[in-house]
Every structure is written in C-alpha cells, then in structure tokens.
Design a protein around this ligand. Structure first.
Ligand code: 5GP
Ligand code: ZN
Length: 113
C-alpha cells in the first residue's frame, strides 16, 4: 500500500467508497464523476502505477473477472459496455494507481474517442 495513493486507500478500506464488487485481489467502486449511467473503476488492491507496471497475471485475471461481475451486477453484460485503461500523461491518467473504467448503461456509439 502506497500511503499517498487515494486508490490504495479505497481498495484497502482505509477510505470507504461505493463498492460494486470485491475479492482478495481487486475491488470495484463507482467513479465519483460518472461519465455514463454505469461508471465503475476496477482496481487491484496492490499498488501498480498502470497497466505496464509489471502487473502479475493473476491480478490481471482477477481484474477481468471483476469486469464480468460488475457487468452482470449492473445489468449491462448483454447490451455491451466499454473498458478503458488510461495509461500515462498523454492519455490523461490522473490517478497513478492502475484502474479500468467500466462504462455502460447507454449506447456509447462507435467512436473510440
Ligand atoms: P483517469 O483519468 O486517471 O483514468 O481517471 C481517474 C478517475 O478516478 C476519474 O474518472 C475520477 O473521477 C475518479 N476518481 C478520482 N478520485 C476519486 C475518488 O476519490 N473516488 C472515486 N470514487 N473516484 C475518483
Ligand atoms: Zn495505489
């Protein structure tokens, strides 16, 4: 746990949030500034800066499983949804603890950006 990291604190319940899913390796909670009817962040409990920070395979698998669980819980699995991992400054990553945005609950369109 990195002491000055907000997502370390949320993922380890030092600060409570609005959780949608949790297991031993990851948790998922609602984004405080939602960009879609469903906007949930999937984060590992261990601190990794982003997707290219040597993340172990079991953690990546747990994140993918959490995406599935969130999509089921939110009722967006059949219609479809989008997963985004902003990585580094050019992508506008503002919180430097690995997180996947899970967005859905409306038609997001074909454009990626
Ligand atoms: P990024 O641009 O780094 O991919 O996105 C970070 C996201 O984290 C933003 O969508 C922002 O709204 C969300 N966020 C930042 N701080 C907090 C927080 O303390 N709690 C919650 N629930 N979301 C946060
Ligand atoms: Zn962290």
């Amino acid at each position: 746990m990195k002491d000055d990291c907000i997502f370390c604190k949320i993922a380890n319940h030092v600060i409570e949030s609005n959780y949608v899913y949790e297991d031993d390796l990851v948790c998922a909670f609602r984004d405080m500034n939602p960009q879609a009817p469903t906007h949930v962040l999937v984060v590992p409990k261990e601190h990794y800066a982003n997707i290219v920070d040597g993340v172990p395979g079991d953690t990546l698998a747990a994140m993918a499983h959490a995406v599935d669980e969130v999509a089921k819980a939110e009722g967006i699995r059949e219609d479809g949804f989008r997963v985004i991992a902003n990585t580094g400054d050019a992508a506008g990553q503002t919180v430097h603890h690995l997180h996947w945005h899970v967005l859905g609950g409306k038609n997001l369109g074909e454009g990626l950006l």
